[in-house]
Design a protein around this ligand. Structure first.
Ligand code: UGA
Length: 437
């Protein structure tokens, strides 16, 4: 099938590459000429494990190409995916201007039947608005389908190639057939393609992310309670997770969720609710809990250093909002850095992938932030180590090296990486989230 993907950001590039991998002829369109030039010459623009290999192969075999021209990009295409940014506007609602502008442009240039697919996370009712924007100038029949993505950064290729489910929102039989054929190779193991109406598909995406964010915030509050009552959140997590109705996954407490999806989507669903005069109480609480949780370690650090962080130097491991990505959007580490600097401390940071993104965002704040070359050089002369992201390389570190580099054997761990008994044996002052020290 010939496919066009408009927008070569994270979702667009993964979508385009994975569809090419199953034998489709994919053209990706982006207004950023520089990006198109890079991608056309074989330089991948995002870090995502496993993607580069597929990208290079499909580019070489001519199944994947890039252009800045929408007109050229849609020539002969049966399906056009819109994978465009939908940033939160000033009022928290998703800004649809990119999506609607491209839709209007498509309406002017389409000359035969096409299925236009909303891949971006968009509020309920967007498919209707996209259809209206296309219809304004369009002379050919078309269908607009909502097909939300459920990709996780870091495992996006796997999630795309082997999805738990594919959600397709359309009431058109013709579009349903096209989309069913396109996704058939991805659901051979029996996972379902769920066909539904457009609005239900749109809401499914927000409901999924909001539910997962709620699960995390719930566990973060249980962790707080564990500390106050003298219980161990690891035990409670296992105790509840073995109930199938609850499930084992996404029950790990920590220093809050971040990234480009959960914070934005929870906020957007709250806003959509307000628009129809509904106060979505749980989600408002989820946002509050998460804001507070990002600074969960601060009182512990303050307390250990007798409320005087002036002149203290900290080592921070982990800057990305989660492992296997260089994405620092809404990363708890950024909040910790700001709070420590505000309290008069200095800080050395290390992350396997996200260093340059943080450097670009924060610079070195007049020498108060040092960007360490290595996870162990990061520790030199630090009064304590703080861990903000659960990268694998931090899970089984050389504790000998840690104790010789740090000034004090003190670790504040926001991701519960180490065994409490082991840390005691090694002589560390070790504090984590919701566990009995
Ligand atoms: C999330 C969803 O998981 C995807 O299904 C969805 O497609 C995507 O958003 C999106 O809307 O595009 P992602 O943001 O890449 O994916 O990251 P997750 O792996 O879901 O993690 C989100 C946050 O939750 C991270 O900050 C992580 O540290 C935190 N988390 C996750 C916890 O604190 N505890 C857990 O048990 C699990």
């Amino acid at each position: 099938m010939k496919i066009t993907v408009v927008g070569t950001g994270y979702v667009g590039l993964v979508t385009g590459t994975c569809f090419a991998e199953t034998g489709n002829d994919v053209t990706c369109v982006d207004i950023d000429a520089n990006k198109v030039k890079k991608l056309s010459s074989g330089q991948i623009t995002i870090y995502e494990p496993g993607l580069e290999k597929l990208f290079e192969r499909n580019l070489k075999e001519g199944r994947l190409s890039f252009t800045t021209s929408l007109e050229e990009g849609i020539k002969g295409a049966e399906v056009i995916f819109l994978a465009l940014p939908t940033p939160p506007g000033a009022d928290g609602a998703a800004d649809l201007s990119f999506v609607l502008n491209v839709a209007a442009h498509l309406g002017k240039i389409m000359t035969d039947y096409k299925v236009i697919v909303d891949k971006s996370t968009v509020p309920v009712g967007t498919a209707e608005r996209v259809a209206a924007a296309i219809a304004e100038n369009c002379k050919t029949p078309f269908d607009v389908v909502s097909n939300p993505e459920f990709l996780r950064e870091g495992v996006a290729v796997d999630d795309f190639m082997k999805p738990d489910r594919v959600v397709i929102g359309t009431t058109s039989e013709r579009a349903r057939k096209v989309m069913g054929d396109l996704y058939a190779p991805f659901v051979r193991q029996g996972n379902p393609i769920l066909f539904m109406d457009e609005k239900s598909a749109e809401l499914t995406k927000y409901a999924a992310n909001s539910f997962l964010a709620t699960k995390i915030s719930f566990m973060n509050e249980i962790a707080i309670l564990c500390e106050k009552l003298g219980a161990d959140v690891d035990m409670v997590r296992r105790g509840i997770g073995s109930d199938d109705r609850i499930g084992k996954r996404f029950l790990f407490p920590g220093i809050g969720y971040g990234g480009s999806c959960f914070p934005k989507d929870v906020q957007a669903l709250v806003k959509s609710s307000e628009d129809v005069q509904y106060n979505f109480k749980i989600l408002n609480a989820v946002m509050d809990v998460n804001e507070r949780q990002k600074l969960f370690l601060l009182p512990k650090i303050q307390n250990y250093f007798n409320n005087d962080l002036g002149g203290k130097h900290f080592a921070l491991w982990g800057l990305a909002f989660k492992p296997n990505t260089d994405d620092i959007r809404e990363a708890p580490a950024l909040y910790i850095i700001e709070a420590l600097l505000a309290a008069g401390a200095t800080i050395s940071v290390f992350d396997p992938e996200a260093m340059s993104n943080v450097q670009r965002l924060l610079s070195n704040k007049n020498g108060k932030i040092v960007y360490a070359e290595h996870q162990y050089t990061c520790l030199e002369n630090a009064d304590a180590l703080i861990i903000a992201t659960e990268w694998s390389v931090f899970r089984t570190p050389d504790f000998q090296k840690i104790s010789t580099s740090l000034k004090n054997k003190v670790i504040f761990d926001g991701r519960n990486l180490f065994d409490i008994a082991r840390m005691k044996e090694l002589g560390y002052h070790y504090e984590s989230v919701g566990r009995i020290p």
